[in-house]
Design a protein around this ligand. Structure first.
Ligand code: ATP
Ligand code: MG
Length: 315
């Protein structure tokens, strides 16, 4: 060890620097191992057409924006919002859609015991016009709400999860919610989320981590419990929000009536593909289905045009 190295390394940590060739990839080597960029249909009306990829037209040579037709495969998505914004409904809806298409889905439930989640899933399926019995075993629930061993002990959680991945070969994982796994220890959020993120990548999962916002967080930001820990680590963030219309200004802005509850959805970022960035109106139907509506500006325009039509006196 020379004098320079001595200054920076404690004796016991020092080893002679060596070239780690396994960490070096040429472009063609990395791309050979890269997964294909494809869309995973979600069953959520209006969501799948918000993701794009670039394609070069073979005839004209021009770059075209191609819809992906779903959320990007292998993405780990943070789905955040305050309480009652529709996060669990959307997560369940996506689980049902994937399972009904023959894919195995792991549902890690941290808030509600497995039988209650199953009830919700069955309801979601019925609302989507699907028979839960026909694909019920495509959903594998991991009950961290009732089982404190997997909830509080991450090595047990990962061992169980690895067993589930080996046994059932799922391609999709939902955690509702990741926040519940660092309750009362939010300073560990980054570390916990990072471990789950790496685990999803290792097992080639497309994943949704539901995360809860605290009342102090700005409603439409990606910030959630644990600060920006979740959104910094994951590939994409979806934000859901709601607002009660109480003033004329809000009513005009949202094209709504006073007393209406308006819901919003936006994609805060996605590092795997191109995506829509606008603020969308969102709806939760009476049967508990989430639908992504038009952008706020489109909705205002439509409302304006409808008003114009009704105000025009008959010729
Ligand atoms: N089965 C249902 N049928 C109709 N509407 C429902 C149904 N379940 C929930 N809702 C409505 O959707 C809203 C959002 O519910 P959801 O459980 O998805 O919220 P969340 O964002 O997961 O909240 P939390 O952070 O508290 O878990 C509810 O407040 C309710 O108004
Ligand atoms: Mg919920």
């Amino acid at each position: 060890m020379d004098r320079f190295e001595k200054r920076f390394y404690p004796e016991e940590e020092y080893h002679k620097p060596e070239v780690v060739k396994e960490a070096i990839w040429l472009g063609h080597e990395a791309i050979q191992k890269a997964p294909k960029l494809e869309g995973v249909p979600t069953g959520v009306e209006g969501l799948d057409n918000l993701f794009f990829r670039a394609e070069i037209d073979s005839k004209t040579g021009k770059v075209q924006k191609k819809p992906l037709g779903g959320i990007p495969r292998y993405a780990v998505i943070n789905l955040t919002g305050v309480s009652d914004t529709g996060k669990s409904l959307m997560a369940e809806q996506i689980a049902i859609k994937r399972a009904s298409e023959g894919e195995k889905v792991v549902f890690i439930t941290v808030e509600s015991p497995a039988p209650f989640v199953a009830l919700g899933l069955k309801e979601r399926a019925a609302a989507m016009g699907l028979k839960f019995e026909e694909f019920e075993d495509n959903i594998i629930m991991l009950d961290a709400a009732s089982n404190h061993k997997i909830r509080n002990n991450l090595p047990d959680m990962f061992e169980t999860l690895a067993y589930v991945y080996r046994t059932y070969k799922p391609r999709f994982t939902i955690i509702d919610s990741i926040t519940g796994l660092f309750e009362a220890k939010e300073m560990l959020a980054r570390q916990i989320v990072r471990q789950f993120f790496n685990f999803m990548k290792k097992w080639y999962q497309t994943a949704i981590f539901v995360s809860q916002k605290r009342s102090g967080h700005e409603e439409l930001s990606a910030e959630a419990a644990g600060g920006y820990a979740v959104s910094h680590i994951v590939d994409c963030t979806f934000v859901m929000a709601k607002e009660l219309v109480l003033t004329q200004y809000q009513a005009k802005l949202y094209g709504a009536e006073i007393g209406d509850l308006v819901r919003f959805f936006r994609i805060d970022g996605c590092r795997l593909c191109g995506h829509d960035t606008k603020l969308h109106l969102m709806e939760i139907t009476d049967l508990g289905l989430v639908k992504i509506g038009p952008t706020l500006s489109e909705a205002r325009k439509r409302k304006f045009l409808r008003k114009e039509e009704t105000n025009t006196p008959p010729a």
